[in-house]
Ligand binder design. Structure first.
Ligand SMILES: [Zn+2]
Length: 114
């Protein structure tokens, strides 16, 4: 993805996070990769190591996605970061904490769009 496209995605992610969890928003790091090192099955990944909230995005997969899929991907990973920030890293990946965070992000962004 070209630089301006990446910057737009990163700005959007930061703004979305700032609506629900401003302290995480300031530290967010978005890493664009060719192939994720963690697991071939994942095209995006969120981790919160050493208090740094990271989102890894496979740029080839992202480029090939539709705008709706991209938006969903960004919200999905942000929800992981919010859930980890609030509840620690030992929660279920897509459990209640994650789903609550995702609903909050959706509500905040959809209100902004309205
Ligand atoms: Zn996930």
């Amino acid at each position: 993805m070209r630089r301006r496209g990446r910057e737009r995605v990163e700005r959007h992610a930061r703004e979305a996070l700032s609506l629900v969890e401003p302290s995480v928003s300031k530290r967010l790091q978005v890493i664009w990769c060719r192939r994720l090192p963690h697991d071939d099955a994942y095209h995006t990944h969120a981790v919160a190591d050493d208090h740094v909230p990271w989102i890894f995005i496979d740029e080839h997969v992202f480029d090939a996605s539709t705008p709706d899929e991209r938006e969903d991907t960004v919200r999905h990973e942000l929800a992981h970061l919010v859930a980890y920030h609030r509840h620690g890293r030992h929660i279920q990946d897509h459990g209640d904490e994650y789903r609550r965070a995702r609903r909050e992000i959706d509500r905040a962004l959809d209100e902004e769009d309205a």
